[in-house]
Design a protein around this ligand. Structure first.
Ligand code: DAH
Length: 349
């Protein structure tokens, strides 16, 4: 048997093993693998020499090539594992983050001041036995005007410039639009408030916006009194502000009440000295109210000889402004996060 031409093969093995050990990264290791064991790699190429050998030497030489390939393969696998482990180790040790840096703060949401006050009012009125109701913002001319004793040609319609819809409906100009609905819905005696958004087609300034919030209140019983109305309003205000606030009562005209009143509070933004919110008067119109007009009771299906009622229309946006000393009503719905982020309440504290 002729000597097998294995010198070159073993040299290849030695250099393949050396190159494997020398590969410092997975990438160069892959390169080594390609170079020696790839389809056109130098070890595989040794197989081509089979044809030049004696028939009898072929199996032994073929086996020798395969054995070399297996050993190189094994060494490559070993090396790959240790390079991977080293890579992981390095990744863990690398100073790729600084544990002394402050963490990312997760911002906590807060409630809008209008929501805070709305919830507080709900609570106060519920404790006094009022229902808390919700009525549509798009309403009919009847509930917003007609049923409230404001017929089509009545000058009071001009007091509240209206957004009319093309279908003849309107965006309610006041929460009073719910009054007649309530009377038709509940059997007297009852007490209810209905907070919500209202809309006016008018230009805006520090104390006027086209969209704002009111809370309507209504109390129907066989006998009601102005004294009870006023004392309820004072209780409400002292509950909201957590202290006595200075108020004044003036006669006020609204077609749906008789007599009607304006309950003003001393401006809490300027402390009564005069500012843009109180139009330099030191007083803010906050709580118009009165005894419900017989025509309105009738529209609600109630006999005015049998039932009486009082009602109020609290300017919730103004109340919020007073409570938090906000000098411009347009901040409330302006959508500026810098404004909102000053309020941290969640209503749960
Ligand atoms: N709805 C009236 C307005 O927005 C306010 C008002 C006045 C409501 C007197 C009432 C009331 O319930 O009795 O101007």
């Amino acid at each position: 048997m002729a000597t097998l031409p294995v010198d070159e093969l073993f040299e290849l093995e030695a250099s393949a093993l050396e190159a494997t050990d020398a590969a410092g990264e997975l990438e160069s290791l892959a390169e080594v693998e390609r170079e020696y064991l790839g389809k056109k790699g130098s070890i595989r190429r040794q197989m081509r020499r089979l044809g030049q050998l004696d028939q009898s030497d072929r199996p032994a030489f073929g086996k020798a090539v395969n054995d070399v390939a297996t050993r190189v393969e094994a060494r490559l696998t070993e090396r790959r594992a240790s390079l991977k482990a080293a890579e992981r180790e390095a990744a863990l040790e690398a100073p790729n983050f600084d544990p002394t840096l402050p963490g990312i703060t997760v911002g906590q949401g807060a409630l809008h001041p209008l929501t805070l006050i709305d919830w507080r009012l709900d609570e106060i009125f519920r404790s006094m036995g009022f229902y808390v109701l919700d009525y549509p913002e798009v309403d009919s001319e009847y509930f917003n005007f007609e049923g409230l004793n404001i017929p089509a040609d009545h000058p009071a319609r001009d007091m509240q410039d209206t957004f009319w819809l093309t279908n003849g409906q309107l965006l309610r100009t006041h929460t009073s639009a719910g009054q007649v609905r309530t009377m038709r819905e509940f059997a007297p005696p009852f007490k209810a408030i209905f907070p919500g958004r209202v809309f006016r087609y008018e230009s805006t300034d520090a104390s006027h916006d086209h969209t704002f919030h009111q809370v309507e209140g209504i109390y129907i019983d066989r006998e009601v009194s102005v004294a009870h109305l006023i004392s309820s309003m004072k209780t409400l205000l002292s509950e909201v502000f957590g202290r006595e606030v200075k108020v004044r009562l003036r006669p006020g005209y609204f077609p749906f009440v008789e007599p009607g009143f304006e309950l003003d509070i001393s401006c809490l933004v300027c402390g009564g000295d005069g500012c843009s919110v109180c139009k330099q008067s030191g007083w803010v119109e906050l709580l118009p109210c009165g005894l419900i007009h017989p025509n309105v009771l009738r529209a609600g299906g109630l006999d005015p000889d049998e039932w009486q009622g009082w009602a109020f229309g609290l300017g919730m946006s103004r109340l919020v402004m007073m409570r938090y000393q906000i000098e411009d009503i347009r901040h409330l719905l302006g959508g500026d996060v810098r404004f909102w982020s000053q309020f941290t309440g969640t209503g749960l504290e």
